[in-house]
Design a protein around this ligand. Structure first.
Ligand SMILES: [Zn+2]
Length: 173
């Protein structure tokens, strides 16, 4: 399986349309619950962002409760991405996510990151930081990526971590 960023972005855009999302921050928790997916918070190992699986027909998302709330939002969107994009892969199999940590290339594998993780990160990025709203927030004058305060402000508006916003602005997710 290879990552399909275009498919992941389009799937997130469909969800935004479906829920008539007109403003930020995107209510990811409400979206998940409306889709009849159980959302649970539990303390997990620091390097794990969350997990997704379907068991006996029940879709479940687990989030690392020890992470910052903004990071938890990205994790929730990432796990929703697995349910939307990878239903077959996570059926009766617990998928454990490293979230944005998956962006760091694995030095052992020439393949780099897991394609499932790339797709889920792309989905989460588009769901929480849709291009349209991002362009509106940045405005016609653009944004200085070197200006930490501006990037922090932007991240706060979207209720995502500064790291996630930087990856988004840098075109990495
Ligand atoms: Zn994942």
């Amino acid at each position: 399986m290879t990552p399909d960023k275009k498919r992941a972005r389009e799937a997130a855009q469909v969800v935004l349309e479906e829920f008539g999302i007109k403003r930020i921050p995107v209510p990811v928790e409400r979206i998940i619950k409306s889709k009849n997916i159980m959302l649970e918070y539990a303390p997990l190992d620091e390097e794990l962002s969350g997990m997704a699986y379907t068991q006996d027909g029940i879709s479940i998302i687990g989030i690392n409760a020890l992470h910052h709330p903004n990071r938890q939002r990205f994790s929730a969107a990432h796990e929703l991405g697995h349910h939307v994009l990878h239903a077959a892969e996570i059926n009766e199999t617990v998928h454990v996510s490293k979230g944005l940590r998956a962006l760091k290339r694995d030095p052992v594998s020439s393949q780099g990151s897991d394609p499932l993780e790339i797709d889920a990160n792309t989905f989460a990025s588009e769901l929480l930081m849709p291009e349209k709203f991002l362009l509106e927030e940045i405005g016609p004058d653009g944004l200085d990526m070197e200006d930490e305060t501006s990037v922090e402000k932007l991240a706060k508006r979207f209720r995502v971590s500064v790291a996630a916003m930087k990856f988004r602005l840098g075109g990495l997710i």
